[in-house]
Ligand binder design. Sequence first.
Ligand SMILES: NC(=O)c1ccc[n+]([C@@H]2O[C@H](COP(=O)([O-])OP(=O)(O)OC[C@H]3O[C@@H](n4cnc5c(N)ncnc54)[C@H](OP(=O)(O)O)[C@@H]3O)[C@@H](O)[C@H]2O)c1
Length: 398
Amino acid sequence: MSASITQNSNILKNKSVGYYNNSSPLKFFYSNIDLTKDVKPNDVVVKVKAAALNPVDALLYSLANPIPVLNKFNNKLNIFGCDYAGEIVEVGSNIQKLKNYKVGDLVNGVLGVNPLQLSKQGSLTYYLIIDVLKNKENISKLSTLPLDISKNLEFHDKFVIASSWPLVFQTAYLMLYGHGQVPSTLKPGATILVFGAATAVGNALVQIAKNELKVSKVVGTCSSYSIENRDTQIHSAFDHLIPYDDPTTSVKDHILEYIKKESINHNGKFDLIADCVGSSDVVDIPEQVLNNNKTSHYATLVGDNKFNYNSATLIDFMKQWKIAKRIILRRKCLNNYSYSLDMLRGKEDAMILANKMISQGTYIPRIDSVYDLDNFQAAVTRLSSSKAKGKVVITIDD
Ligand SMILES: NC(=O)c1ccc[n+]([C@@H]2O[C@H](COP(=O)([O-])OP(=O)(O)OC[C@H]3O[C@@H](n4cnc5c(N)ncnc54)[C@H](OP(=O)(O)O)[C@@H]3O)[C@@H](O)[C@H]2O)c1
């Protein structure tokens, strides 16, 4: 910590990666944090050791002030990144309310994402000031993987691992637990169809589904390259993989063929569709793919189309108007196959479950690559390629 503190030990020298709007480049910004003035009673100050990137970071950057004339009125700084892991270096004065946190604690979490916020705090930074009471669903003391597992991983640094999962685990948890299907439907015997078996959310989802909920089958879609190299590309818990780039057979036909083949044993249909990429392959034929209109659910994180993270515009979102119609009309109470567009919202139970599974080794986050802060641009390029297998993580050392 000493290198960041000026002669006045109440001042932390901060360095962050940020942007003003989508026409200004990502670059370093420098500031001072005055511990006597900037830290409020419910805050902790976290010295960030690692931060993981998510597609939403690139999306927020693409969408920052899409109407150039507004840049004149809103020139607020946004810092890139949401997921972080690090060490508490300062605790606010509200000792009673912050009794679970002390200087030296190792923590991880995800910062809230609000596209309407004019100025955004981000995790690509030396120091974060976090109001613990407002963020209690999204912050935890970090757990570590059992040594016999972590020693065999290519990227085993505890901060790298701890920064890699909060957003994707929370999201996978929401898709599985957020629709009233646990414990009644998603239990042994249940089946799940995941669009995006190679995504980081899909990776977390299959491990929760198989290791915690003990569902029987999880089927996923991915590229034929990922199928050919599944040992290194895809989590082994997937029972069956369907290529989305087969020139001879569409994804829809592959899925219907799988259901037909499986129907010899049971009806072959799925209890949950978890769309982690943006797919419209079977969205209009829920009755052919989902098991039961009262208990099954179709959840998407993205909508009918995959976004290009680098060039997304508001028009891309407006083109997805059919989603709104489905959300209104497809409901269990209307005797229809329920449908949702799931948006991340923190759940303390999800953080607790993730930490439990990590300490047991039943959830192993997948890390695609690790960069240092000076190479953040290469990390953002890797994220935006949409080919990362697991999380792109940046280590931060001042
Ligand atoms: N709504 C929310 O709150 C929320 C929260 C989290 C994430 N999301 C969204 O969910 C999506 C997944 O996020 P993530 O971080 O898990 O992504 P990610 O890890 O960056 O996904 C990368 C993977 O996507 C796979 N992929 C690319 N195109 C595909 C396609 N057409 N079909 C199937 N797989 C494809 C690629 O594997 P292959 O090589 O096999 O193609 C690649 O390895 C993103 O669009 C993200 O914005 C939304």
